[in-house]
Write a protein that binds this ligand. Structure first.
Ligand code: BES
Ligand code: ZN
Ligand code: ZN
Length: 482
């Protein structure tokens, strides 16, 4: 999708136009007859968020009503969702080029609408022999937004696009090695430091979790470490972003039954998310020192696959009893978190992982299940930003009692507890490896991949959480100043 800023003269404009109509201020510039205006007002009374179209054949005017009196986050989310509806209409009408304007709309509202357009237009086209319809050209009335602000946003949205592509690629075409080399290439272009550890190096680092999960696979694992350290960073000690990169989760020897395996190509969404966040920060020169730590492997029951009852020694020396090979994500993440803590002295560790089905059962597909240990301030800020961009986090309890559930008879801890509180015990397992470092765990199992299109999130990989984490990092300075 291409965006262009221009001075628009609506009365003379020939083409399809979208008008954001938030308040009566807009009346002045509406290219409507008195009758049409009355019709519009009646529709607006009836339904404050109606989308009303007028024929100007061969073109259309799409009027997107919204209530500018509502709280900014609600109003902006409404505009994103309306944009998704407009995209549907445009595609149905085979329209590829539009102009967007809206007297009285503020820049944030315009950006939210454009964000919705960009995100909703996405489909995964790689394997389609005929390329599907897209909204390709968007002309924006330049009074609303500067070129610079537009460019910064487009860069972020482009990272979401790539995150979705990675998540949607099946493992046959995208294994750990391929993902790692793609990341390395992008990092190089951006001047981000990137080290890729191969199987031998992972073994000699004694990463018992990542090594074990990879044992049943023919494809090698990778451990990708990227560092973005701008000169003007507000933090000396980095923020570590850890992402679960299970390229495909068969469950291993505790193989997934029935159709539970479908969609498990998305089990690397945490890694894709964290890489995308770091790249977006680098794209836009955010003044924050970041490291991303991404353990990558698929999990299969082949060859010498690891088994329940195995005892693993992790990077930090902790011994882990394997109870279920399908709880593999926490094993590879544990090594990555421990590696971050031991080698980067981070001031905060945040991980993102499609970690538990229990998270989906608890809160459905409407947000992220989140936990924290010693990170109250950062978590509060994250919560505020998550509500603002409408990629929400819901805090789960992290009481000491849950620690009891992962104690093991034969090792220090075990990789899963009882059936209850599965999302929390998974978080507790990881928190063990963060030690005293402030730690936030984001279980994105419910939101990383949508089985059917949800508002402006496409079918498939969503990139959910990238906007939230980016907004968090953008305001991170606030934590330092108080
Ligand atoms: N990748 C899955 C979790 C998952 C499930 C993500 C559904 C997205 C949608 C994870 O590795 C897993 O298999 N977790 C098990 C843990 C259990 C064995 C303790 C689960 O949730 O059932
Ligand atoms: Zn699993
Ligand atoms: Zn998994």
């Amino acid at each position: 999708m291409q965006f262009r800023l221009e001075q628009l003269n609506l009365k003379e404009y020939e083409g399809d136009v979208v008008l954001l109509y938030g308040s009566e201020v807009a009346d002045r510039c509406l290219p409507l007859s008195k009758k049409e205006l009355e019709f519009l007002k009646a529709r607006r009374e009836e339904k404050a968020d109606a989308i009303v179209t007028f024929d100007r054949l061969p073109y259309h005017i799409y009027i997107v009503n919204f209530d500018s009196e509502k709280s900014p986050s609600i109003c902006q989310e409404h505009l994103r969702r309306s944009a998704a509806k407009v995209v549907e209409m445009l595609k149905a009408n085979k329209v590829a080029a539009i102009a967007v304007t809206g007297e009285g709309a503020i820049p944030e509202e315009m950006v939210a609408f454009l964000e919705g357009l960009y995100l909703a237009d996405y489909t995964f086209d790689r394997y389609k022999t005929e390329s599907p319809a897209h909204v390709s050209d968007v002309t924006i009335e330049s009074a609303f937004i500067s070129q610079e602000e537009l460019d910064r946003n487009v860069k972020l949205w482009n990272r979401i696009f790539w995150c979705r592509e990675w998540v949607n690629l099946p493992v046959a075409d995208f294994n750990a090695e391929e993902f790692a080399s793609e990341l390395e290439e992008i990092a190089q272009d951006l001047g981000v430091k990137c080290s890729v550890f191969d199987k031998k190096q992972i073994e000699s680092l004694r990463m018992g979790g990542l090594t074990a999960v990879n044992k049943g696979s023919v494809d090698e694992p990778r451990f990708v470490v990227m560092e973005y350290a701008p000169k003007d960073a507000v933090n000396e000690k980095p923020v570590a972003l850890v992402g679960k990169g299970v390229m495909y989760d068969t469950g291993g020897l505790n193989i997934k039954p029935d159709d539970y395996m479908q969609e498990m190509k998305s089990d690397m969404a945490g890694a894709a998310t964290m890489a995308s966040v770091l790249f977006a920060a680098a794209d836009n020169g955010l003044p924050i020192h970041l490291v991303a730590l991404l353990p990558l492997t698929d999990s299969r029951p082949g060859f010498n696959a690891y088994a329940a009852d195995d005892v693993l020694t992790m990077y930090d020396g902790t011994t882990v009893e394997v109870v279920n090979t399908d709880a593999e994500g926490r094993l590879i993440l544990a090594d990555a978190i421990a590696y971050a803590v031991a080698n980067y002295d981070p001031e905060l560790v945040v991980d993102a992982a499609t970690l538990t089905g229990a998270a989906v059962r608890a809160i459905g597909t409407y947000g992220i299940a989140a936990m924290q240990q010693g990170a109250d301030n950062a978590f509060n800020l994250m919560k505020i930003m998550s509500n603002q961009v409408y990629e929400r986090i819901a805090e789960f309890p992290f009481w000491d009692e849950y620690d009891e559930l992962i104690k093991s008879e034969v090792a220090d801890i075990k990789n899963c507890g009882i059936a209850q509180a599965g999302t929390i015990t998974a978080g507790k397992f990881l928190a063990h490896f963060a030690k005293k470092v402030p730690y936030i765990h984001l279980d994105i199992a419910g939101v990383a991949y949508f089985s059917k299109k949800q508002e402006y999130y496409a079918h498939g990989g969503s990139g959910y959480g990238i906007r939230m984490l980016y907004a968090f990092l953008q305001t991170y300075e606030m934590l330092k100043n108080n």
